[in-house]
Design a protein. Sequence first.
Length: 507
Amino acid sequence: MSTAMPETIPYDEALNLFEPVFGLEVHVEMGTNSKMFCSCPTAFGGEPNTQVCPVCLGLPGSMPVVNRIAVESTIRIGLALNCTIAEWCRFARKNYFYPDMPKDYQISQYDEPLCSNGYLDVTVATAEGPKVVRVEIERVHMEEDTGKLTHTGGATGRIHGADYSLVDYNRAGIPLIEIVTKPVAGAGHLVADVAKAYVAELRDLMRALGVSDVRMEEGSLRCDVNLSLNRPGSPMGTRSETKNVNSLRSVERAVRSEVERQSALLTAGGRVVQETRHFHEDIGRSTSGRSKEQAEDYRYFPEPDLVPIAPSAAWIDELRSTLPELPSAKRSRLEAEWGITPFELATVVNAGALDLVEETIEAGVESAAARKWWTGELLRTANEQGVELADLPVTPAHIARVEALVADGSLNDKLARQVFEGVIAGEGDVDEVIASRGLAVVSDDTALLAAIDEALVAQPDVAEKIRSGKVQAAGAIVGAVMKSTRGQADAAKVRALLLNRLGVTDA
């Protein structure tokens, strides 16, 4: 008789048995022009090891200097997250040996973060309507990013089994902030949705503040997902830490997969090991990394080469005055301006389309039409391709042009969808796709009447039904004309011409 443990238990079934607790550690690369402690450039995509200097390479005798813009950006983030800003804090050395950090230590903050004890409210959709969940923030601290390792050879792309590893220090020293939540309990079946909504809200907040481009696919926003399960009324369980999750969809999937994996272990009488795990985008699952059952001693001590930071009240107030309209306030304003319900707004937000819809409306498109395209056809395409809406090559200007052509009768909705297909396929802009695919609406009366006559000849019995007063039978002829014109006729115009041809008045 087999004693093998089941690999997973379905998500909803698992959450009927266990209570989840999650925490997120989000790393955000600052969008500064230079690195945290030196003047090296931070542009993404440079040739490996060309954006380095003695400071970020940790050469003997080099001295770090704090990037003022990075400090200001961190304070602004802390204020936007309702944090307390420290009156005095300092950097610390986090000592460890790993080749992505050439100094053998990372300059970070330990027990004295710049920002602490904040919160961020997020909204998730439920069957009863939108629900607001408060996620409490433990700390926001500054540090420098590490270099990038590429493990070559082997089947996994990871260090185990690789033939050799390459390191690019261009990223080493880029200003990085880490936003750490307190444990979030009570989310129940919404746990994966809350985690995803939190990262999405945080990304929108960073973008609104202008402190980072938060491109998850480029690693400028990365998330570690901590999750544990416990029986109702029992203490919090052992957590796992899924590292470097790099898309909103993957945050949700990482939470779901851990709920399903841990619940199967616990139900079968096993135990969850405290460890790091690696998430695999292709299969939506994680695999074991390294054990964290024993606390690691990074031998933190105050960084001797940097003076403490003591932001004055006047400086903090000055930075507070630079805060833009925050995403939550913006949503409330747009809901009123667009005249839509909270549910309709939640649909736009959950699609990641808020800014795109706003920009499309600013380009002259009606609110309903802008929402229709971004949360309908284009969202479906983005989901099929596994990308974010903003990564599609369709722009608000494209939608404005299509809507203008629909309004003047040059396109109908069916043809408009084909236009967007062509734009997404890289066939050019709207007018180029229309020309190359021959998508303009057939509006010439002579051509339409010829198509109508052809359909009437093919279906003489339908013509008699229409003449006898059964006007609804006109749909068969209109359908035939639409087919013969490849959907490029205006159906309403075809119907009007047909009834006039037969001398019938529409009832």
